[in-house]
Ligand binder design. Structure first.
Ligand code: DX5
Ligand code: ZN
Length: 217
């Protein structure tokens, strides 16, 4: 059970300090948005390169961008531990996943709420993690979409005995994390839940505990 807080709702002008508040996290989830794939614009490679010099935590890059085939490898090259591209945007997902692994990153495909999990069924061996969006991507602080729960179950079934992580992202909090864990997720992005808490590390611990308690697989 891994907790990967999203810094989207942190104070981005003090990014290194904000990441320092989540030392109990397993990875730092960084949301890259390009204003095209999603209607929001955040940060890009230069900021990620700088952040890598200020934290020992592994970086989990979530690229909500057009043309991931062109841009995603740069994040792997920079030293991101995990690079997630959206399956809706990738032109050659197999080639891209292999390239990410060749560059030393874990390769991960993300699916929007309406994208069927079957869209990655035939490329699971190329992936280290599948990310299921539990909100429409673009903004932090949106309510969790329960309609994704059956998809989490289907994804877990499809993965079978493979060593693949299943990440959920959007609206994950103490109120919703047990439903996700019970359905089969094992990596949890939490943005506003962590950064709205007074003690971010205590919230990370509480979320992990709640997920562990709910885990049935
Ligand atoms: C949404 C982003 C999420 C977001 C999560 O498009 O991908 O990572 O920051 O934030 P919360 O946990 O507030 O929904
Ligand atoms: Zn994200």
């Amino acid at each position: 059970m891994q907790i990967t807080p999203s810094i989207l709702n942190a104070d981005l002008a003090r990014l290194a300090d904000e990441v320092g508040r989540i030392s109990h996290a397993d990875m730092v989830h960084i949301d890259v948005m390009d204003g095209h794939f999603v209607p929001n614009l955040t940060l890009g490679l230069p900021v990620v390169e700088s952040l890598l010099r200020h934290t020992a935590l592994p970086l989990d890059l979530h690229l909500m961008i057009e043309e991931p085939d062109r841009w995603a490898p740069g994040y792997a090259e920079a030293g991101a531990s995990s690079v997630t591209f959206h399956i809706e945007a990738a032109k050659a997902p197999v080639r891209l996943a292999r390239e990410l692994r060749r560059l030393g990153a874990r390769s991960c495909a993300a699916l929007n709420p309406a994208t069927p999990v079957e869209s990655v069924a035939d490329i699971l061996d190329e992936l280290d993690m599948v990310l299921l969006m539990t909100v429409e991507p673009g903004f932090g602080g949106q309510p969790f979409l329960d309609l994704v729960l059956p998809k989490i179950r289907r994804a877990r079934q499809l993965m079978g005995a493979r060593d693949i992580r299943l990440q959920v992202d959007g609206g994950v909090s103490l109120e919703t994390i047990d439903r996700c864990a019970e359905a089969g997720a094992d990596v949890f992005v939490a943005g506003s839940a962590v950064y709205r808490a007074e003690d971010c590390n205590a919230m990370v611990d509480a979320l992990r505990e709640r997920a562990l308690a709910a885990c049935t697989h």
